[in-house]
Design a protein around this ligand. Structure first.
Ligand code: COA
Length: 389
């Protein structure tokens, strides 16, 4: 029996900032953003989209009534959750009308949360092979206006439906992980913007990658030659490339070229969306699967997850026969095309508004025609969500 990713859904809000325009406004050479950091646009969530509504929108795209009936585990990985106690997954579970006979929870460990959810779901499905699990990574990345992290913000959610005998990617059972208490990125309880030691987070990401990749090689005997592609958590698209370059010398010249070509395909969506924290690795996977015409069923993909603080994990999976039938690349092309560009002044105004608490009684309207669910405001201190019928 195999366990793995049966379907992948993605949602990003319908507004973005052009990073060349942002660079010019900040008096920075645009090439630093587009080449040095490797980002072209960043998604901006309106007030009416938060991690709950974005997560529900990502999952609604992929779930059939049969899938919903089989789901008995729902996990939301997020580091920008909307409640200090209650799991946002419970609201998503209600919005999607999933069975009450499900276990529903939220996991936090920076950008690693969705991977923790995926590994939990894998073990759960090994014991309950007839069930399905919904794992969502949903986040709004906020560093602050005019900070060095500003260019690496973004917003969006990825939903993974996991099952036995999956249609897209069967996960290999081994996994390698490494954890250490470090202060490379954190967000104090009273802040909506993150604190980061950018250079330290970059070196930690690479060092942790080398550790888990080496350990995985020792555990499984798999070498770089065994992977068609390696997908990375992408806080910005240059980041994964830095890590890939650490191990490339282990491979033949031909394999090195191949891995770098596949890497370009996995970065296409992140370049347009920015950092979505917990969902970023899985957005890279979706971008690779939707855009890469060289990949074939049976090929092995490596996955590197990193959550600051910090936990890293390396694991892998094999592409399943006919996996392309379970993907919808045209939908995502249209999703990106339909987005609206914000002026820098509008983006700054929205950013500042989002740092303020929602006023009691303030009613929010949906602003995104591609959204099925949105956050409608707060009544009696309870967050309200609505579905567009
Ligand atoms: N043309 C092309 N490249 C340029 C350039 C130009 N005009 N100006 C600078 N660059 C390059 C730099 O050489 C550097 O490349 P390198 O990393 O390959 O050496 C890159 O652009 C970034 O420049 P740097 O001066 O390091 O940028 P910064 O001090 O503004 O910080 C981050 C960049 C990513 C560290 C910062 O945005 C950040 O802290 N982001 C959030 C944290 C994060 O994403 N961490 C990742 C791990 S989870």
């Amino acid at each position: 029996m195999t366990i793995g990713i049966d379907k992948i859904g993605f949602y990003t809000p319908n507004q973005y900032v052009d990073l060349v325009e942002l660079a010019l406004k900040r008096r920075i050479d645009p090439a630093k953003f587009t080449i040095g950091i490797g980002q072209d646009k960043m998604a901006v969530a309106p007030l009416s989209q938060d991690v709950v509504s974005m997560g529900a929108n990502a999952a609604a795209k992929i779930l059939t009534p049969e899938d919903k009936a089989a789901i008995d585990l729902v996990i939301l990985g997020t580091e920008s959750g909307v409640d200090n106690s209650k799991a946002g997954a419970l609201i998503i579970h209600r919005l999607l009308k999933l069975p009450n006979t499900a276990r529903v929870l939220e996991i936090k460990e920076a950008c690693y949360g969705a991977t923790a959810g995926l590994q939990y779901a894998k073990l759960h499905l090994l014991q309950n092979p007839k069930a399905k699990a919904l794992v969502i990574g949903s986040d709004i990345a906020r560093y602050g206006l005019e900070t060095s992290g500003e260019v690496t913000q973004g917003a969006g959610a990825v939903a993974l439906l996991l099952s036995a005998e999956p249609h897209i990617l069967a996960l290999d059972l081994p996994s390698s992980y490494y954890s250490e208490d470090i202060d490379d990125f954190w967000r104090p309880l009273d802040q909506l913007t993150a604190e980061v030691d950018g250079k330290y987070s970059t070196t930690a990401y690479i060092e942790f990658f080398e550790k888990v990749f080496k350990d995985y090689q020792a555990k499984t005997g798999l070498t770089l030659e065994d992977y068609a592609a390696i997908t990375y958590h992408l806080p910005y698209t240059k980041m994964g490339l830095k890590a890939l370059k650490q191990v490339l010398p282990m491979a033949s010249d031909e394999k090195q070229t191949e891995l770098q070509q596949h890497y370009q395909q996995e970065t296409l969506y992140s370049r347009q969306v920015g950092n979505i924290y917990t969902g970023s690795l899985y957005l890279a996977l979706l971008s690779l699967l939707n855009n890469d015409r060289v990949l074939k069923p049976g090929m092995r993909i490596g996955l590197y997850s990193y959550g600051s603080g910090a936990v890293a994990e390396f694991f892998s999976g094999k592409l399943q026969p006919n996996y392309t039938k379970y993907l919808d690349p045209i939908y995502y092309l249209e999703l990106f095309e339909k987005r609206q560009k914000l002026t820098i002044a509008d983006y700054e105004a929205q950013f500042k508004a989002q740092l303020e608490p929602i006023a009691p009684g303030q009613v929010l309207e949906n602003q995104d025609p591609s959204a099925q669910f949105y956050f409608a405001g707060v009544v009696d201190k309870k967050r309200q969500y609505k579905e567009i019928k």
